[in-house]
Design a binder for this molecule. Structure first.
Ligand SMILES: C[S@@+](CC[C@H](N)C(=O)[O-])C[C@H]1O[C@@H](n2cnc3c(N)ncnc32)[C@H](O)[C@@H]1O
Length: 496
């Protein structure tokens, strides 16, 4: 999010972003009436892909899809290429090239991703980014572009301008970060005692102060950090023949949090106006927008029946409510739905039991013998559960083994990541950190060739506990890996 040379000097560690995954892009497209290409066999392009932290796990988990990542930073691309070589991946290619010089064949990619790039490059490059995305996108393809938005962005803009003023003439990255943190530390001691805007700024200053070096340098202290109104972004995209499809997070599009008297007026607005008004109401700072070709007909509202082809997943806990026949279902980040509707109760219980795997919605409604009525009822009930972020919907659900089989296995990427014990990428395109040494050791060994006896034999010579306890702890640890979506299916037979 600054001069490319800075990314060479201070690396920006890559990360898998679930909201950029072709599965998410295709799911949102399905909901809004666009029949996007199946992710598992699609062509995917990432612009400003950094060290491939987002794209490589996709390539590992979708071997029949093809991936291209481009970035202007040669060291970042070299790191990505190193991992590709170590994993022997044949379906992904990285190239050191700037967006300004990149000319993909027309309509050659079904999904185009640009995360954390648009707001951090100069105006002509922002234009070029959308031009490339539009030209590269196949007929029914979906592009993902994230960017900073106004009016929420004004708060951080105020802080960035203070830092730019205070840091004038300080150029060396480490010095800039130290000086900026000192300014923010002073501000955070002053402001919390204040009122109104000072108080709010105090909270923001504290958050910036706590950012890790890569984010702090490349985002907060970036020379270019453009926040714009959503309506301006939509106009910019429109100039390149692209239209707003949806936000990558469906929850972000909901108007339920608005006062009831306001909701009908907001609902009556056209999509761009509604989304812009939501940004004013919510003071939104950041968007993750999905775009498609402007000539594609779309639904303004998702039609529930479209859920019939999807799968549902969610880390849900069911608790029967006292003195009622309702069951309360809670998910991550406080999402909650209480219902007595038998079909929905059964569906959510099955979804909960399958986590981190997913269940096909048609299957839950009765499979082959599902009546149209049951399916419609279930789809109608699950759409609000998706809006509330209680369930996640998938066109291309992750394949996982929830209960470890005889020859448990994790992805080759997870085995590679286990070497330096920082983070592991799950089959759900998220990251986890393991707390226990045994878990890390197991991940390194789980290539699908070892059964329990072989695992025990590998670990026991250096283990700090007795045989019986170790066998029990290995089983526990394997179950944990299963719950974390690290175990892959097909683990009842030894890997060939
Ligand atoms: C903040 S990082 C985001 C990296 C990655 N997309 C992510 O979200 O983790 C911005 C990336 O854009 C790259 N970049 C900056 N200017 C570029 C350009 N003109 N062409 C291609 N990549 C560029 C940087 O090298 C850097 O890797």
């Amino acid at each position: 999010m600054s001069e490319p040379i800075l990314y060479d000097e201070v690396p920006y560690p890559g990360h898998p972003y679930t909201q950029t995954h072709p599965d998410r892009l295709a799911t949102m497209a399905t909901l809004f009436g666009l029949d996007a290409p199946p992710p598992g066999t699609s062509n995917v392009l990432e612009l400003g892909c950094g060290d491939g932290g987002n794209l490589i796990p996709m390539a590992v988990n979708m071997p029949a899809a093809r991936f291209v990542g481009i970035d202007i930073s040669a060291p970042a691309i070299a790191r990505a290429q190193g991992i590709v070589a170590a994993l022997g991946l044949a379906n992904i290619r990285f190239e050191t090239v700037g967006i300004e010089d990149y000319d993909p064949p027309p309509a050659s990619f079904d999904y185009v991703i640009a995360h954390g790039v648009y707001s951090w490059i100069a105006a002509p490059l922002r234009d070029r980014l959308l031009a490339v995305a539009s030209a590269a996108l196949s007929e029914r393809g979906v592009a993902y572009v994230s960017y900073n938005t106004l009016p929420g962005g004004y708060l951080r803009q105020a802080l960035r301008e203070m830092l730019a003023f205070a840091l004038a003439g300080v150029d060396e990255p480490a010095e800039r970060m130290a000086a900026a943190r000192a300014v923010l530390a002073e501000a955070t001691t002053l402001w919390p005692g204040g009122q109104g805007l000072e108080r709010t700024l105090g909270g923001q200053a504290r958050m910036l102060h706590e950012q890790g070096d890569p984010l702090f340098l490349h985002d907060t202290l970036a020379p270019v950090n453009k926040a714009l109104y959503f309506a301006e972004f939509a106009t910019h995209a429109g100039g390149h023949g692209l239209q707003f499809l949806a936000e990558a997070e469906f929850t972000e599009m909901q108007i339920r949090a608005l006062p009831e008297n306001l909701q009908p007026r907001v609902l009556a607005m056209d999509t761009v106006r509604r989304e812009q008004m939501l940004d004013f109401y919510k003071q939104r700072m950041f968007r993750q927008t999905l775009l498609c070709h402007a000539d594609r007909p779309l639904d303004v509202e998702p039609r529930p029946e479209r859920l019939a082809t999807l799968a549902a997943a969610g880390p849900i806990t069911a608790t029967p409510e006292e003195d009622t026949d309702r069951v309360a279902f809670t998910g991550s980040a406080g999402s909650r739905i209480a219902t007595a509707q038998p079909l929905l109760v059964e569906a959510l219980e099955r979804i909960a039991a399958a986590w981190p795997g997913a269940v096909r919605i048609r299957e839950v409604a009765g499979g082959e013998s599902a009546t149209d009525e049951a399916l419609a009822l279930l789809c109608g009930a699950l759409l609000p559960a998706f809006a509330a972020n209680l369930v996640r919907l998938h066109v291309h659900p992750a394949e996982v083994s929830v209960i470890p089989g005889r020859f448990p296995r994790v992805s080759p990427l997870a085995r590679l990541q286990a070497r330096d014990r920082t983070l592991l990428t799950t089959a759900r395109h998220t990251v986890v950190h393991l707390e226990d040494d045994l878990g890390w050791r197991l991940v390194g060994l789980l290539d699908g060739t070892r059964d329990r006896a072989a695992l025990l034999a590998e670990i026991e010579p250096t283990a700090d506990r007795e045989h019986a306890n170790l066998a029990r702890d290995i089983e526990r640890s394997l179950n944990t890996l299963g719950r974390l979506a690290l175990l892959l299916p097909g683990d009842d037979e030894p890997a060939g």
